[in-house]
Write a protein that binds this ligand. Structure first.
Ligand code: ATR
Length: 296
């Protein structure tokens, strides 16, 4: 938090020299990204003189782009797939969260150096706090399905909130074990055959895989094994109500959809680049839902 405030102070000093900061989302491809919609909506709402664009960078030019970032004439950027690891390697300074997640999704220039962080964990936790206040009252056991980059952010979030045990369920056990090895004894890896047993005393279940996404098979979860107080969160947001969330809702569990993670993860970057901490509210959510062609 202290470092976030330090970053903000520096951002405000930079703004004094740069009255119309330019930021962008960098990826390949970037057409699908909703970040320009989110950031330009905030720029307009707060009456700020800045801009936010898309910057499509071919794979073989990515590292060079981050290493020579001042040449882009951007004050900072969001980094999307497939460059989060490249940006992590290329930044001059990466904070503790970026180092833990081994991936960077937000960069900014400071004294000519490229700084990087990862706001996925912040977005994940802020979304849960927003949609299901008190979700972390019981901190005994979290069950996370998947072992990719998104799972890493969620696992770290659970540790930050003081969960005693985090079970990682993954199709490829070795990948789950690799993830758990990075986080110490409280994180343990299992295959899907252990899911029902792990759910027996789970306080929260999170899907971080693409299962349940439009065009993908649904994720099968034996929800009847779980206690009634368990919160069910899906980071997939197309569709907004995934088959997992529908089932969970029907069985009386509290549910949290994934759209808020996308919205909240954008907050720290906007504050760093433009100097105002923006609000995630129903208006922004409605705007992005409409753009995605989704029903609330
Ligand atoms: P991200 O970085 O966005 O989290 P990723 O690194 O591609 O994406 O990870 C995707 C996750 O979804 C992985 O845990 C993957 O399981 P494997 O490690 O076994 O590949 C999981 N996943 C994807 N498709 C799946 C499927 N059909 N069944 C089960 N798990 C699946």
């Amino acid at each position: 938090m202290e470092s976030e405030q330090g970053d903000l102070k520096n951002a405000l000093e930079r703004l004094a020299d740069n009255p119309a900061p330019r930021a962008a989302v960098i990826g390949w491809p970037v057409e699908h990204s909703r970040s320009p919609l989110i950031h330009t909506s905030w720029l307009k709402r707060y009456g700020l003189n800045g801009s936010y664009d898309r910057l499509a960078v071919p794979i073989d030019k990515a590292e060079e782009t981050f290493r020579n970032f001042p040449e882009t004439r951007l004050i900072g950027a969001n980094v999307t797939i497939p460059f989060k690891e490249v940006a992590f390697q290329a930044c001059d300074v990466v904070d503790e969260i970026g180092k833990t997640l081994k991936a960077v999704n937000t960069v900014w220039l400071e004294n000519g150096q490229l700084h990087g962080t990862n706001t996925d964990m912040y977005g994940f936790l802020a979304n849960l706090d927003d949609q299901s206040p008190g979700w972390d009252e019981r901190k005994r056991h979290a069950v996370i399905i998947g072992a990719g980059g998104a799972a890493r952010a969620c696992v770290y979030g659970m540790i930050q909130r003081g969960f005693q045990i985090v079970s990682v369920i993954n199709r490829t056990l070795e990948r789950g074990e690799e993830l758990s090895a990075d986080f110490g004894d409280s994180v343990k890896a299992f295959g899907f055959e252990d899911l029902a047993l792990r759910l027996k005393n789970a306080d929260i279940l999170v899907n971080t895989t693409s299962l349940g996404m439009h065009g993908q098979p649904p994720l099968q979860v034996p929800l009847t094994s779980a206690p009634g107080h368990m919160v069910v969160c899906d980071i997939v947001y197309v569709p907004l109500k995934t088959p997992l969330l529908r089932d969970a809702r029907m069985q009386g569990f509290r549910t949290v959809d994934g759209l808020g993670m996308l919205l909240h993860q954008a907050v720290p970057g906007f504050e760093l680049w433009y100097g105002v901490r923006p609000q995630v509210d129903t208006r922004l959510r409605g705007l992005v839902l409409k753009d995605l062609g989704l029903k609330s």
